[in-house]
Design a protein. Sequence first.
Length: 209
Amino acid sequence: MPRYLTDKDIADFRAELCRIATERFARFGYEGVTMRQLAEALGCSPKTPYRYFKDKADILATVRAQAFGKFSDALEAAAANAPPGDPIERVRRVGEAYFRFALKNPHAYRIMFDIDAPLDESHPDLGPQADRAARYITQQAEELARLGLISVDPKLFGWSMWAATHGLVMLQQAGMLQHAPDYRTLAEFHGALMLKGAGGPARKAGKKR
């Protein structure tokens, strides 16, 4: 007689499948992972994963959506815990949270940003969660512009800061910063440099007030 699966059984199996899939996709890429391999890692029948997900693309979209959601949660929590009225400190804390997340969750970070598969807009969660992360990162620059702390296009500034942060994370994960200053020193230097270059006219205007 087949065993009846409880809601907890189903949730636990899905969670374990997603954990293994996240690691495998990060290590081998989308094309380097098969449903049969995932089933073998789980110790179940090759058909079992299909009871929980439509196919491999559905699994990838699901784990990427989960990663983007946890990533956004970490950034938003860092901003919420920053001292009120200090937008520069808030940006700094968000940047630190970004790096901590990437350091503690390297597989999740790689499937978000370093996998050869487009964002699946048909998945109910992936598109919205990816957009949530992008909007939150770049809106920090919009807040700086609103307060007169930068005088450049906030979208360009925000995306440039994101690109630099991502580059530092990838260099760190690739072991390329062994002979360089530590990540925090590099991040703070780059952030100060960009703020100085983008904020001069705005600060002068602020002094006139």
